[in-house]
Design a binder for this molecule. Structure first.
Ligand SMILES: Cc1ncc(COP(=O)(O)O)c(C=O)c1O
Length: 350
């Protein structure tokens, strides 16, 4: 596929590029609305109730983004100057640490290879009294964005939960792609959520809603998060406009994530034989491609793939990230595989 010939790009940069479905637009048009800052927006209330029930928690809170849902979870559960123990490669640690300006908490990284916290390091840190830091929250992430969509086992999540509980510390699950993880494990999402006190889920990644996330957890925590949401100016008015698309996402878009996992596997299998590429075989919808042995770095690969109509994201000096989603069908994957093979076969790097 040639983008310069007027063909659309094959956009593998992220599942966040997914557009709302027609059913979402229909639902938005007919959604009952109210003032979420006064007596509540009925559609947002319904989204919060539905998500909490789906994930097996008492209460839910709509937030404009997953970043904000994570921030509210931390603000609601971590007193200033206490510590958050979280994966060194987690999204909260690597991409949301600006939030520390608000939280005043100390972010203590724990190694998390393959998306699973190093249990020995976690237990040692929970038990440590060094530095007068009191751990207040353990954060886990599944599927794990920076670890190529890796999914920790349920047994691992249970072990983390038990270690935290043993130390009297709560667990927050950054489940921006929770349903991808649940699908990979073949378990209901609520089973994963049972291993955490609070959970954030994103509606605008593979689920295709245009915006929004939901934080679920105990009534008192969510009540506190609701006040904090107002404090940071994110209490919105007829927010049912957005919540309606979120409801549609949760009610009709979860099962189809299996298609994204299948296209990710097809992509990975298709480019595995390409000379010089090292592929991390995907558990979900993210394919990481190590290009170190090709003689070109990730930025150079990004540029030459773009010329061939394929958009990917550099994820390190020699790492590319490709994410499959609803707009990536089989023929797009075939074209992407051809583009990778054609670039690798260029005389300059042969
Ligand atoms: C694991 C994880 N958590 C949180 C986020 C934040 O989502 P948003 O940018 O929609 O706020 C992301 C975004 O990629 C993510 O991958």
């Amino acid at each position: 596929m040639n983008a310069s010939a007027g063909q659309p790009f094959i956009d593998l940069r992220s599942d966040t590029v997914t557009l709302p479905t027609e059913a979402m637009y229909d639902r938005i048009r007919s959604a009952p609305l109210g003032d979420d800052g006064l007596d509540g927006d009925p559609t947002a209330v319904e989204l919060e109730r539905f998500t909490a029930e789906l994930l097996g928690k008492p209460a839910g809170l709509y937030a404009p983004s997953a970043t904000m849902a994570n921030l509210l979870a931390i603000l609601a559960q971590v007193p200033r100057q206490d510590a958050i123990l979280l994966g060194a490669a987690s999204h909260i640690y690597t991409a949301e640490r600006g939030a520390a300006t608000f939280t005043g908490a100390f972010y203590q990284p724990i190694p998390d290879p393959d998306g699973a916290l190093d249990l020995a390091a976690l237990k040692a840190t929970l038990a440590s009294t060094k530095g007068n830091l009191k751990p207040a929250l353990v954060c886990v992430e599944t599927s794990h964005n920076n670890e190529g969509g890796a999914v920790a086992s349920l047994a691992h999540m249970q072990a983390v939960h038990q270690a935290a509980q043993g130390a009297g510390v709560r667990v927050h699950l950054d489940g921006a792609r929770l349903f991808n993880a649940a699908l990979a494990l073949g378990r209901p999402a609520a089973e994963l959520c049972a291993q955490a006190d609070t959970v954030s889920v994103c509606l605008s990644k593979g689920l295709s809603a245009p915006m929004g996330a939901v934080l679920v957890g105990p009534q008192a925590t969510i009540g506190r998060a609701r006040l904090l949401r107002k404090l940071i100016g994110a209490s919105q008015r007829q927010v049912g406009i957005a919540a309606a698309a979120g409801l549609e996402a949760l009610q009709s878009m979860i099962d189809r994530l299996a298609d994204d996992h299948a296209t990710a596997r097809t992509l990975a299998q298709g480019i595995t034989p390409v000379t010089g590429l090292r592929i991390r075989q995907p558990q979900t919808n993210i394919v990481q491609v190590d290009v170190a042995a090709t003689g070109m770095n990730a930025r150079e690969w990004e540029a030459v793939l773009r010329e061939r109509g394929v958009l990917v994201r550099p994820w390190g000096p020699h790492l590319l990230r490709c994410v499959t989603h609803r707009h990536i069908a089989g023929d797009a994957i075939r074209a992407a595989i051809e583009a990778f093979a054609a670039v690798a076969a260029r005389p300059a790097i042969a």
